[in-house]
Design a protein around this ligand. Structure first.
Ligand code: AVJ
Length: 450
């Protein structure tokens, strides 16, 4: 048996490389050190993508956003700009905007500009450097807006500052960062955010959508090589912070589309058999061996609604760009009272409310259940027909009404299927309401019949 140095790994012909740790990490070692040792010791080497984002990595990510190939940043920003006022109508007066992974807070500005009703902004980011820079720039450009940054890892426990207590919270999670989670991590995150933001919250999530392989792969393999530098910065960071001796030129950047798992994977591929020291440990790489550094899951509206539903959120609205397609989803907490559909009360305005005992509940896919109220129970004179129309392949042509009393927020708040397809014929002569364009839709259990 050949021994490598005094404290690290050993090579055994039969078993291959094996770590014989004689210098364990101690409590004083950082999470980063612990995660690096665990990831590089695994049979399939892997590192958590959150460690990309030190100061250098955050800057490289900003540079990726300026490459012609990496469309998500550009397309999402354009989508936010295009629908800013529509998105803003879903943000209640006095709401606190809480952003998870705020980076340079560039996209946030689009929301802040369109929604002056936001009372304070809480950016959360793992990079203290990026956070401090962004907070300073925002305070300069929005002098009246309290900005209360929280430095930390949003995949862990988060505590909101006192400024957020007792206020309606709107979560903002752009950039398709949700795609970097495994399904279990995404569910854990969405559930903890559901808990953190509370019952009357809104969660706006940007998510990249499944599309042709060439477009996807190019986005993670720009010709200029910025993404390769971003990927290798992980090794550079290990060298800087954990006394590593990675040779960056001894690894190749690799981006591949995993169609089965609908994700882009980034790897660093060892060019040769090599030994690397880092974090008081020694690791062996075989030629061609991969270090898996990131997954970027891509979604469909259905897959996303399904994920959200498993974490207590229902999809209330969606905005999708033209190709290359990217989505912004607006989620609302699932209503805890999923009651039989016989009795419910629908209040559309503070001053006007509708009571009905014969609403129908339509449940479709991962979408929030929708109550269809018989028109005979609704004062239709309070509604104003608009020329907005949509088409649903399952239900047919859809016509819309605004609620003039509700102002801007209640534009096209109400819809009806005048000639629904046979499968849903029961919703004829009914109207339905967007929950975020009226004050409240409340269901009540029918009192016992005597
Ligand atoms: C910002 C984390 C979503 O996965 O597309 C960009 C990061 N990685 N190029 C993504 C990233 C490679 C990006 N996220």
């Amino acid at each position: 048996m050949q021994t490598l140095g005094s404290n690290a790994s050993s090579f055994n012909q039969a078993e291959g490389w094996k770590r014989t740790v004689s210098s364990e990490l101690t409590a004083a070692d950082s999470d980063f050190a612990v995660d690096v040792v665990a990831g590089l010791s695994a049979r399939e080497k892997t590192l958590p993508p959150k460690y990309f984002y030190d100061a250098a990595g955050s800057e490289l990510f900003e540079a990726i956003g300026r490459t012609p190939e990496y469309y998500p940043t550009r397309v999402e920003t354009a989508l936010l700009q295009q629908f800013a006022s529509e998105i803003a109508t879903g943000i209640p007066e006095g709401a606190i905007l809480v952003e998870f992974g705020s980076g340079a807070s560039d996209k946030t500005r689009v929301i802040l500009d369109a929604a002056p009703q936001i009372a304070a902004y809480v950016p959360i980011d793992i990079s203290e450097d990026a956070l401090a820079k962004a907070a300073a720039a925002l305070s300069r450009d929005y002098p009246k807006l309290p900005v209360v940054p929280v430095a930390g890892d949003f995949t862990g426990a988060i505590r909101l500052p006192a400024a957020a207590h007792g206020r309606v919270k709107v979560g903002f999670f752009p950039g398709s960062t949700i795609g970097n989670f495994t399904e279990a991590e995404a569910l854990r995150f969405l559930r903890s955010v559901r808990h953190l933001l509370g019952d009357n919250s809104v969660l706006l999530v940007g998510a990249d959508l499944v599309k042709d392989e060439a477009t996807l792969v190019a986005a993670y393999n720009d010709v200029e090589g910025i993404t390769a530098r971003f990927n290798k910065n992980l090794l550079a960071r290990i060298n800087r912070e954990l006394g590593g001796d990675f040779d960056l030129d001894a690894f190749d950047h690799l981006a591949v589309w995993n169609a089965e798992l609908t994700r882009i994977e980034m790897h660093l591929v060892s060019r040769a058999d090599q030994i690397v020291n880092a974090a008081k440990h020694t690791f062996a790489f075989k030629a061609g061996e991969r270090l898996h550094t990131e997954d970027s899951h891509k979604f469909t509206t259905e897959s996303f609604a399904d994920l959200a539903a498993q974490a207590g959120w229902s999809m209330s609205r969606e905005w999708i760009s033209a190709a290359p397609q990217f989505a912004i989803f607006s989620l609302a907490p699932q209503r805890s009272d999923s009651l039989p559909s016989t009795a419910r009360r629908t209040r559309t305005m503070e001053t006007k409310s509708i009571d009905t005992r014969s609403a129908l509940t339509l449940r479709e896919g991962g979408y929030a259940a929708v109550q269809y109220i018989p028109q005979k129970d609704v004062d239709m004179t309070l509604l104003k027909r608009t020329d907005h129309h949509t088409y649903c392949p399952y239900k047919g042509d859809c016509a819309y009404y605004s609620i003039p009393l509700g102002g801007d927020r209640s534009v096209n708040a109400v819809w009806t299927y005048e000639a629904p397809y046979a499968a849903v014929a029961a919703i004829k002569d009914h109207v339905a309401f967007y929950p975020d364009r009226v004050d409240a839709i409340e269901e009540q259990k029918e009192s016992k019949k005597r």
